[in-house]
Design a protein around this ligand. Structure first.
Ligand SMILES: [Zn+2]
Length: 485
């Protein structure tokens, strides 16, 4: 299928608060701040990577040429502290938690970027920017070998985080004796003995966190980043400082065309926060709810706003996903397309494109899938034979869900069994006993013997099963969240 790539993508830019149109030349460069690798990333950290992976999949599916970059911050105080605590080298900490980061993203089904630069591989580039800043009067070395950014020298400072310098808090505690102003931040830090260090014109030392990203954006997206992503928590000071560095050193050069900031994941479920810990490990969450339920949860909120994490919400998302899979399983064997199917498929793909081109509105995109499913479901309820005539809708649903990164292929096909005269639908391996309980419950319900029906339902529950009553009869599902094995 050919797509018109001269259509642009609209993105909301945090810096101006306005909308920026991107991709007019068919190319999009995206940079996202990656983790400082000193512990396991948690579910909140994963949002930005999962989301931009989806945006990239979408752009590529519409024939845009995308360069996607996220970095690894592999030198920072936290890494050095962790290494000292454990009595191991900082490089060991870096390798351990970089592997952990990759492993957790893979569990979530998040793909890798085109380039994953490490900060320590870009020391010469950082030194060059710092030299440029000193030359232009935006930075100064102190006598102890630190180099600081002179915030007052950059009048636009504060624009990205919408603050006036006079109202800003100090962002770096500690040795302020060498700074000219409390707002100035570190570009280069003189190293103490036994600390990792690199040679520089100001003596041995290591880079500050902010200069790392300025150097890596410049190196890997030399024409500037169309989109620079990251959480709202690093909008200030990290992104504000990146902007001051890159624009301060190279005022003529376009650094970033749109800043896109993600809302935070909020822990609203006290019980869950207590049982798993406030910092929820992705391994536990994937094991408990499945990667597709997590994806459904994250993509059904707009990236710009916060998203609540609770057991109840994740359970609901798991059930929504199951319903989609079940419906897809019902229509995917279709060999023909009715008029309804063609109309719904076209409408779905149009709405999907419209939503994704409008600031990657994934909640709208998923809503379009559910709308089409609901309408087709009504048609099938009225005429069960119509289930075999939705080939084009099945293809459209598959296309959309695949771009959004769901694992539709992992869904087992739905089966049906006649048990004691009742048709029961299920998927995966189901024992005879569970099917008999469902059939018995269905019969009891028809005879209006609700006490017996409830008893049989409880028996199913304790065996790990639940029954969903649909207009086409009962469906047996696993209680622990999945049709997936
Ligand atoms: Zn960064």
């Amino acid at each position: 299928m050919g797509y018109i790539t001269n259509m642009t993508i609209k993105v909301r830019d945090t810096l101006t608060g306005g909308t920026v149109e991107l991709g007019e030349n068919g190319r999009v460069g995206i940079y996202v701040c990656g983790p400082t690798v000193y512990n396991h990333i948690h579910i909140g950290n994963s949002r930005v990577h999962l989301f931009w992976d989806v945006a990239v999949r979408y752009l590529r599916s519409r024939d845009y040429e995308v360069k996607f970059v996220w970095n690894i911050t592999d030198i920072e105080d936290k890494i050095i502290n962790k290494a000292n605590e454990e009595g191991v080298s900082w490089r060991e900490i870096v390798e351990r938690y970089t592997d952990s980061f990759h492993e957790r993203l893979a569990l979530l089904g998040v793909g890798m970027p085109d380039v994953e630069p490490r900060a320590t591989e870009h020391i010469p580039e950082m030194i060059r920017i710092i030299e440029e800043l000193i030359e232009k009067g935006h930075a100064y070395p102190s006598e102890n070998g630190d180099v600081y950014y002179a915030v007052e020298s950059f009048p636009e400072y504060g624009a990205l985080s919408n603050q006036k310098p006079s109202e800003m808090r100090e962002t770096e505690k500690g040795e302020t004796g060498h700074k000219k102003s409390h707002l100035d931040f570190t570009l280069w830090k003189a190293s103490k003995p036994d600390e990792p260090s690199w040679e520089s014109p100001w003596g041995d030392g290591r880079p500050g966190w902010h200069i790392e990203c300025s150097a890596m954006v410049g190196k890997h997206l030399p024409d500037g980043a169309d989109i620079h992503g990251g959480g709202t928590d690093i909008r200030f000071p990290h992104h504000e400082n990146e902007l001051a560095q890159s624009k301060g050193a190279y005022p003529e050069h376009e650094f970033v065309r749109a800043w896109c900031h993600h809302g935070m994941v909020r822990m609203t479920d006290e019980k869950m926060a207590k049982s798993i810990g406030n910092v929820v490990d992705i391994k536990d969450v994937v094991e408990r709810f499945g990667a597709d339920a997590i994806r459904m949860w994250l993509l059904q909120s707009h990236y710009g706003g916060p998203v609540d994490f609770s057991e109840k919400i994740l359970d609901e998302k798991g059930r929504s996903w199951e319903r989609l899979v079940r419906f897809y399983g019902q229509i995917s064997p279709s060999k023909i397309s009715s008029e309804d199917s063609a109309r719904l498929a076209t409408g779905l793909l149009e709405k999907f494109d419209e939503a994704m081109r409008d600031d990657f509105n994934t909640p709208e995109a998923i809503a379009a899938v559910f709308e089409a499913v609901a309408e087709a479901g009504r048609a099938i309820s009225a005429n069960p034979e119509a289930a075999g005539e939705f080939a084009s809708l099945a293809d459209a649903i598959e296309e959309v869900l695949t771009i959004l990164g769901f694992e539709l292929s992992a869904a087992p096909e739905e089966k049906a069994a006649e048990v004691d005269g009742v048709s029961v639908r299920y998927s995966g391996d189901v024992g005879e006993g569970a099917l008999r309980l469902v059939a018995g419950r269905e019969k009891a319900r028809k005879e209006r013997d609700f006490a017996a029906a409830d008893g049989l339902r409880d028996e199913l529950h304790s065996g790990g099963w639940a029954v969903e009553d649909t207009p086409e009869g009962p469906v047996l599902v696993r209680r622990d969240g999945g049709l997936r094995e």
